[in-house]
Design a protein around this ligand. Structure first.
Ligand SMILES: *[C@@H]1O[C@H](CO)[C@@H](O)[C@H](O)[C@H]1NC(C)=O
Ligand SMILES: *[C@@H]1O[C@H](CO)[C@@H](O)[C@H](O)[C@H]1NC(C)=O
Ligand SMILES: *[C@@H]1O[C@H](CO)[C@@H](O)[C@H](O)[C@H]1NC(C)=O
Ligand SMILES: *[C@@H]1O[C@H](CO)[C@@H](O)[C@H](O)[C@H]1NC(C)=O
Length: 463
């Protein structure tokens, strides 16, 4: 765990400890124990958790018997759900002041007398063991020490604080580490749109790109923490985002919501007039449309014989469209292009994340270079199956890899990638950054014919 706890006050008396232990025991009698066990930092406060709109889920968890009132002395202003392997989630369970100069959240509620003051340093990004990601995320301080200034701007809604630094230049991480993570967090904690998205490592392009989607998470303006000159006060704050793994939504944690519900949210966002209605004619001559997502950034995994590949795609009967993702590309346009097609094909990589934009039942083809099988399966095949896509893998042979020329087909690099990498991620870069693909047109054509059959079937059924 990255967050470091600092005991500011030393020398807690034995009486105080006994008192705390007793109070914990007392609280446990009416606060669901799961609340306590998921926090190994402190006792979650029942008082602050009843605050409307913050963690309303706990309302259901609380037994009907009403708790004793006014227990300010057991209130913990700062708590953590630190029990997950990928993320920590911090809560400031009462009024808080954000000082932009020191990137610090101070608790400002009635005295948090016991136990001692807490100061935590935290990178609000859901990859808690990934030091490289965290180095690209501003570090925040959460403290129960008193603030030195007063409220400049007062908000009447809780803050949910996260970063669009980290790896979010990458399309996969834009979704997995922020947009989907936000979706999971909001649904897990039953937050309505009455929260203030409070963001560090702000970039204008990012927020312009995803403005339409972000509006589903809040009805308030989004706050850029980085350029503020005044302090901001909130009734409470959630700092960090949750994740359930690569494009995974675990319905047991999100009120039965799955990746399909997120998929539906995207449809609602980008096809605002309701459900997609196909404009494809169903005449005999109609050709299914295949979008080939092309990497063109010179850092590996390019299709070297793209022209030939496109010719083959047309020859088996498709209408082929080449799509090159751009950082500032309008998400809505991309969404509608893919959603209105019948097949998408891409070499393994972040652009495969566009699978979230496809209609259920569409064909998703993934060209899997040497040494990327596990990644392809974990990151894209699994979510594709959850969404009910027709996932079709094209695993290249060693002679279709550009590494064959460089190393020879018998080299360990090609004959046994797991043995070559042997746990050293740096070595895996040869597959991700250096390897390109030269499709064997005989094999590829055979694959395309199978893709065509399924895409045609989809078109005939769904338009
Ligand atoms: C408490 O947090 C630490 C640091 O993240 C972790 O190693 C430990 O497993 C956690 N304990 C429990 C009971 O969750
Ligand atoms: C985010 O903030 C960190 C720490 O200040 C900085 O090093 C990093 O470059 C920032 N990243 C982005 C993408 O703004
Ligand atoms: C901070 O940045 C946001 C987003 O670019 C902008 O809308 C806002 O006006 C800026 N605020 C200040 C105080 O400069
Ligand atoms: C991992 O591989 C790189 C590149 O081959 C090498 O420089 C580095 O020393 C290796 N690291 C370990 C821990 O073996």
């Amino acid at each position: 765990m990255q967050a470091s706890k600092t005991m500011l006050k030393r020398g807690v008396s034995k009486t105080a400890i006994v008192f705390i232990v007793l109070m914990v025991f007392f609280l446990a009698s009416y606060v669901n124990l799961s609340l306590l066990s998921r926090s190994n930092v402190s006792v979650a406060s029942s008082i602050s958790r009843t605050r409307p709109g913050v963690v309303s889920k706990t309302r259901e968890e609380r037994p009907a018997r009403s708790p004793p009132h006014s227990l300010p002395e057991i209130k913990r202003a700062i708590t953590c759900d630190c029990s997950h392997k990928d993320y920590d989630l911090w809560f400031i369970n009462g009024p808080t002041l954000f000082d932009p100069i020191t990137s610090t959240f101070f608790t400002t509620g009635p005295s948090n007398s016991t136990p001692p003051d807490l100061a935590v340093k935290f990178h609000p990004y859901p990859r808690k063991t990934d030091e490289r990601a965290k180095s690209k995320v501003n570090e925040l301080t959460l403290t129960s020490a008193p603030p030195k200034s007063s409220c400049g701007i007062t908000h009447s809604n809780p803050a949910i604080v996260f970063s669009t630094g980290g790896y979010t230049g990458n399309f996969y991480h834009q979704f997995n580490d922020v947009l989907l993570a936000l979706y999971i967090t909001v649904n897990s904690l039953s937050l309505n749109r009455d929260v203030i998205l409070t963001v560090t490592n702000w970039s204008d392009w990012w927020f312009q790109k995803y403005a339409d989607l972000l509006h589903h998470f809040t009805k308030h303006p989004i706050l850029n923490m980085d350029n503020q000159t005044r302090t901001h006060c909130f009734p409470s704050a959630i700092i960090g985002l949750m994740t359930h793994g690569p494009l995974v939504v675990d319905p047991t944690q999100t009120q039965q919501k799955t990746l399909l519900a997120f998929h539906a949210l995207l449809e609602k966002t980008y096809i605002p007039r309701g459900k997609y209605v196909s404009t494809f004619d169903k005449s005999k001559n109609a050709r299914p449309q295949l979008v080939l997502v092309n990497r063109k950034n010179g850092v590996g995994r390019e299709i070297l014989n793209l022209k030939e590949a496109l010719r083959a795609i047309e020859e088996v009967g498709f209408k082929a469209i080449v799509f090159e993702p751009k950082r500032n590309g309008a998400v809505g346009d991309t969404y509608r292009l893919l959603h209105g097609s019948h097949a998408m094909l891409a070499v393994h990589g972040a652009a495969m994340t566009h699978l979230l934009f496809l209609r259920v039942g569409m064909v998703l083809g993934e060209i899997v270079p040497i040494g990327t099988d596990w990644l392809a399966n974990t990151f894209y095949e699994k979510p594709a199956r959850v969404l009910g896509l027709e996932y079709m893998k094209y695993k290249i042979g060693v002679s279709e890899s550009s590494l064959a020329e460089k190393y020879g087909v018998d080299d360990l690099v090609l004959s046994n990638p797991p043995a070559f990498v042997n746990g050293n991620w740096t070595k895996a870069k040869v597959y991700m950054k250096i390897q390109n693909v030269k499709l064997d047109m005989v094999r590829f054509r055979k694959y395309l014919k199978e893709v065509f059959v399924k895409a045609k079937r989809f078109m005939d059924k769904e338009g």
